[in-house]
Write a protein that binds this ligand. Sequence first.
Ligand SMILES: *[C@@H]1O[C@H](CO)[C@@H](O)[C@H](O)[C@H]1NC(C)=O
Length: 207
Amino acid sequence: MASFVNDLARYVDFDKQSLLVSACSIAFNPLFWNIVARQEYRNKLLTNIFGGHSRAACYALAATIFSLGMVRDFVFKNAIAEQPTHPLLLTPYVQAAAIVLFLTGNVLVVTSTWSLGITGTFLGDYFGFLMDEMVTGFPFNVTGAPMYWGSTMSFLATALYYGKPAGLLLTVWVYIVYVVALRYEDPFTAGIYAKREQERAAGKKQN
Ligand SMILES: *[C@@H]1O[C@H](CO)[C@@H](O)[C@H](O)[C@H]1NC(C)=O
């Protein structure tokens, strides 16, 4: 295993600047949306920019995050295109695995967006658009963060499909970035919902 990893590492060209650019764009996206969303939550930053229209502001953020995702994927594809290909990754089994991973990852992303809606998917809770109750059906009954793991699977699939060890390395980076993002986001979102429960309870007492 160790020698296999060593072997893969020899197929990563660290001198290519595009590798670093891709790593930066992968880290930038969650940083961006967390900073902006918390500014919205605390100071209504986007709602104020949109003249008090929270829903328009949330849709604009959704469109921005979606576009940044497309840029990141484009930069990733360009970066790995410049990298060496490992012949062992071009075997039919690996190729088949890549296709299965790609399809599974996209099913997770599309179905979770479908069940949460646009505001539920793209940080609507920071704008005050809270879900009435937790969504527990598919894909949330198979994984806690289907968007993130679906996206990670797509990166892995692309790296394998093109036979690029550098793509595998960037996928590990995607995974680390998402684990860190979840550690930061989950407690905050839980806090937003806990606050609503408190307010609901207080409201009931007054009646
Ligand atoms: C998740 O829910 C779907 C229906 O919403 C169901 O078909 C599937 O078996 C469930 N999966 C698990 C692992 O519970």
